[in-house]
Design a protein around this ligand. Structure first.
Ligand code: SF4
Ligand code: SF4
Ligand code: FES
Length: 458
């Protein structure tokens, strides 16, 4: 480990590891520094020149992303010279940038807009007609659209496909005004993590086909959640909005940094999994495929329990929150039912890879194992209470707690999806994480614990 040294930034004392990157210290300490090409995972590329700072003893301003911390270094990020340098570099970035902000999906979360407000505010020396034109709305594949005019050539996207996914679909061709991002000849963007380039792109050059024109970002509320697509438990932002007279709706999932789990990224399957949370939902209690009242459902529930006592099995979905699993176990013990959580159905070797995706497509299977719940299928029960497990089981009678509609004649009670409730999950690496309720529906559905409480079991 390197030694820790003292440095001075804008007159304040800081301590940092010798030879660490100056830009990391600035970011970590919340000292404003504009940058396009640097990224904590992709490292320094030094191409955008936006991160200029003054360093005592150096004749010219230096880029912070390629400057190593040294003992006694004196750094200036706020002098008039530095502001002027940043302004001029920004003007260069903007010379050929189209005036697209009113229709650009990145507006509101665009580094170029933010830096212009902070350091630019200049009148352009060239007219709109003089700007170099490039192609717009190019479908790169994998749900990613490219607008070449908006690109600031930071090379984050090309470095992502070269260094992270190692699929090498993207490159920068041409020189000067003619330089542009494109796919390699005969190729499309095609890898399981491709949509991360949309988050990496600091401007609106790469946008998600799925999210384009769906919502203005300043209307969205970002809640912190955990993806349930597999046992990795990637940290996500759940971006949602409740429009007037409409219901709370999710518009996108985005990766949320957690260096112990998913770093900066998520897979595309997990990113798009928000859609199924809003489709084909079980919204009311049903029996024989027909809607019934809450009272009738309650009565049918009690009657079935009475009729099958001593022959009941409760089956638990390995995606439920730990708190939910615990209250189901308490309930099962109260009614003398056996508890099962078959895991085989979640195994999917074709989904797994060496980056994030796990072959166990159940977010909380580790809790099932840690609690020692039987993972075989239920035996010899005449009544099965299925707590959202994806499998169908044979028995004389069934009670289902389902988030989504399925073909069934059995008594079925609708429950909240994971974004509509809170709880903890333990991922495949035994890391326990908490997921907060993000979505608040106009007519909220109960969790299984809520139901059990209402039925007098807790
Ligand atoms: S498309 Fe975006 S991420 Fe790629 S080089 Fe251009 S600005 Fe950078
Ligand atoms: S790797 Fe798994 S947990 Fe992570 S985003 Fe993909 S599906 Fe979700
Ligand atoms: S962030 Fe330093 S040159 Fe781009």
């Amino acid at each position: 480990m390197s030694r820790v040294v003292d440095i001075i930034i804008d007159g304040e004392n800081y301590r940092a590891e010798e030879n660490s990157l100056l830009i990391d210290l600035l970011i970590q300490e919340g000292i404003k520094v504009p940058y396009f090409c640097y990224h904590e995972t992709l490292g320094a590329d030094g191409n955008c020149r936006m991160c200029m700072v003054g360093i005592e003893g150096q004749k010219r301003p230096q880029i912070a992303c390629d400057t190593l911390v040294k003992e006694g270094m004196v750094v200036n990020t706020k002098s008039d010279t530095i502001r002027e340098v940043r302004k001029n570099i920004l003007e260069l970035e903007l010379i050929n940038h189209p005036v697209d902000c009113p229709t650009c999906d990145q507006a509101g979360e665009c580094s170029l807009q933010d830096f212009y407000m902070e350091y630019g505010l200049h009148n352009s020396k060239i007219t709109i007609a003089q700007k170099v034109k490039h192609d717009k709305a190019i479908d790169l594949g994998a749900n990613v659209m490219l607008d070449q005019e908006r690109c600031v050539l930071c090379a984050r996207c090309t470095r992502f496909t070269a260094e992270i996914t190692k699929t090498h679909e993207l490159g920068i061709v041409g020189r000067g005004d003619d330089a542009k991002v494109t796919t390699m000849p005969g190729r499309t963007l095609e890898n399981d993590y491709a949509m991360n380039v949309v988050d990496l792109c600091p401007v609106g050059a790469l946008t998600s086909k799925d999210f384009r024109f769906a919502q203005r970002v300043w209307f969205l509320e970002s809640s912190e959640g955990i993806c349930h697509g597999c046992a990795k438990g990637c940290n996500i932002f759940i971006d949602h909005n409740k429009l007037k007279y409409k219901d709370d709706t999710i518009y996108r999932f985005r990766p949320r940094r957690n260096d112990a789990v998913n770093g900066f990224f998520i897979c595309d399957a997990g990113r798009l999994s928000y859609k199924e949370l809003q489709e084909m939902r079980q919204e009311s209690a049903t029996l024989h495929g027909r809607e019934i009242s809450q009272e009738a459902a309650k009565e049918a529930f009690h009657n079935l329990l009475l009729l099958h006592q001593n022959s009941i099995a409760v089956v638990i979905d390995a995606n439920l929150y730990t708190e939910e699993i615990e209250s189901i176990i308490n309930f099962a013990n109260t009614i003398d039912a056996k508890i099962y959580a078959p895991l085989d159905i979640y195994k999917d070797a074709s989904f797994a890879d060496e980056m994030l995706k796990s072959s166990m497509r159940a977010a909380n299977y580790k809790t099932i194992e840690n609690l020692g719940i039987t993972t075989s299928t239920p035996q010899n029960a005449t009544l099965i209470i299925n707590c959202n497990h994806p499998q169908e089981f044979r028995a004389d009678a069934t009670i289902n707690f389902f988030t989504h509609r399925r073909e069934t004649q059995a008594l079925t009670l609708p429950i909240a999806a994971y974004t509509e409730s809170s709880g903890s999950l333990t991922n495949e690496d035994n890391i326990t994480q908490y997921s907060k309720q993000a979505v608040f529906k106009n007519s909220p559905l109960p969790t299984i614990s809520d139901y059990l409480q209402g039925l007098g079991y807790e």
